[in-house]
Structures are given as C-alpha cells and as structure tokens.
Design a protein around this ligand. Structure first.
Ligand SMILES: O=C[C@H](O)COP(=O)(O)O
Length: 248
C-alpha cells in the first residue's frame, strides 16, 4: 500500500482573536521550512473565513471544530457543515472528547455529524479515545473499537480521518507512549479494513499533548498518519517544528 501522506492538524479550541490569527499567518509566511505532511488549522468558527484568506498561498487548509448534524434549522449557536464549506473550510472535527464531555455527545450523534460533513463535501476528523480509568481497567481497545464502529458513517471510508486521542493525555502534558499508540492504531486499522477495503486509506491521527519534543517519536510510530495538536498549534514555531517532524 502507498504510504499515506501525514496530516498535521491544529485545533485551536476556544482560543484566538483576529490579531492572533494575523500573527500566526505572518509567522507561517515567513517560515523557511517545509513539511512532508499536509497542514491544517481548525480555528474558532469566527475565524474560519479569515483564516482561509490569511493562509492563502501557504498550503494550510482550514477546518471547523464541530458541526451540527442538520444542514440548517432552528439550532441557536450551532454551525452547519455547509456553512463551514461555504466559508472555505475543507475539514471538520467531530466528536472531540471536550464536546462529548461538555455536550454529552453520543457516538450516534457523532456519526450523524460525520455524515453531514461528508454531505457538505468536508472531510470529517472523527475523534475517539479512552478515559484513564478505562485504560487502567484494560478496556482501551474495546472502548475505542466500540466508539469507532458506532461513530463511522456507512460505506466508503476513504474520505474519513480518525483521531485517536486518549482523554487522559489531552492538555495534561501526558502522552501515550509509542507502544500504547502503536497498539491502538494497529487495532483501529484492523477494524477499519475489516469493515471496508477503503479502511486502508483512512488517516489515523494521534492527539494528546503532542509537542515539538515528542513529535518525531510519535510520527514515526507504525500506522500513525499524522497528529491532532491542541495547545502547541497556537504557537507558530511549535506547529512548524511538529510539521517538520514527519518521517521521510
Ligand atoms: O484536539 C487536540 C487535542 O485535544 C490535543 O490537545 P493538546 O495537544 O492540547 O493536548
């Protein structure tokens, strides 16, 4: 199988004003480095359109951090997938653990959001991951497999991205070690290919305290096809260092 081009994705979460975007874009424009991966920034919804313009010519795609399962309607405060696409976004994160926790999102809702994203022409990045107690109880593979199966849209999987994000590693400075990541990613790959042949083309990202200091090791793990970076993606120099950590 041809190697999948890594995806280096930044999730700015609820951080970022226009000035922050301007400074980040300026630093990316001045950057002399290159990456073997594709680059993506998912800013707050208010900055999606501005980010598309600010990153023009820089080879950085833009995405949303969530979308509603419906294409439009009376859902105050929500954003629909076609709105992200119309603003120039190409990706959308769905099922991030912070949304699963803060908004009690279920796998079924995540799946509906992923389907809405596909219908709008967006690439959904479906997040799954275990809680610390589940890992300690030896339930990690069962938990992520169940969540994966229940969150996946039907049919061809080639347009999907899956992000494995152990909840205990998000924003904590703790990362899963290379063996733990390899075990989960191998399992996810096996499940995906057993569901559909196109499962071999799904990019599997790791997320959870990815930093310049651990990116080379993480991106070298088998079946890691990129990273979903939170805090470090807000700092252009850190995002650049992670982008340059893709293996040859
Ligand atoms: O979406 C990104 C993840 O939640 C990871 O965040 P973090 O890199 O700040 O741990």
């Amino acid at each position: 199988m041809t190697a999948l081009k890594p995806l280096i994705a930044g999730n700015w979460k609820m951080v970022g004003l226009p000035d922050d975007l301007g400074r980040f874009a300026e630093a990316m424009r001045a950057w002399g480095g290159t990456s073997r991966g594709d680059l993506l920034i998912c800013p707050p919804a208010t900055l999606i359109g501005a980010a598309v313009q600010a990153f023009n010519g820089l080879g950085i795609a833009v995405g949303g951090q969530d979308c509603h399962a419906k294409a439009s309607g009376a859902h105050t405060g929500d954003i629909a997938a076609p709105m992200i696409a119309a603003a120039g976004g190409a990706f959308v994160i769905v099922g991030h653990s912070e949304r699963r926790a803060d908004h009690a999102e279920t796998d079924a809702q995540v799946r509906a959001k992923a389907e809405a994203a596909l219908a709008a022409g967006l690439t959904p990045i479906i997040c799954i991951g275990e809680q610390l107690q589940q890992r300690q109880a030896g339930e990690t593979l069962a938990v992520v497999e169940a969540s994966l199966r229940a969150s996946l849209p039907e049919g061809d999987l080639a347009r999907l991205v899956i992000a494995y994000e152990p909840v205990w590693a998000i924003g904590t400075g703790l990362t899963a070690n290379a063996d733990q990541i390899a075990e989960v990613h191998a399992h996810l790959r096996q499940v995906l290919t057993s569901i559909h042949a196109s499962g071999a083309q799904v990019k599997l990202l790791y997320g959870g305290s990815v930093k310049p200091g651990n990116a080379v090791e993480i991106l070298s793990v088998a079946d890691v096809n990129g990273v979903l970076v939170g805090g470090a993606s807000l700092i252009a120099a850190d995002f650049q260092a992670i982008a340059m950590a893709c293996p040859a």
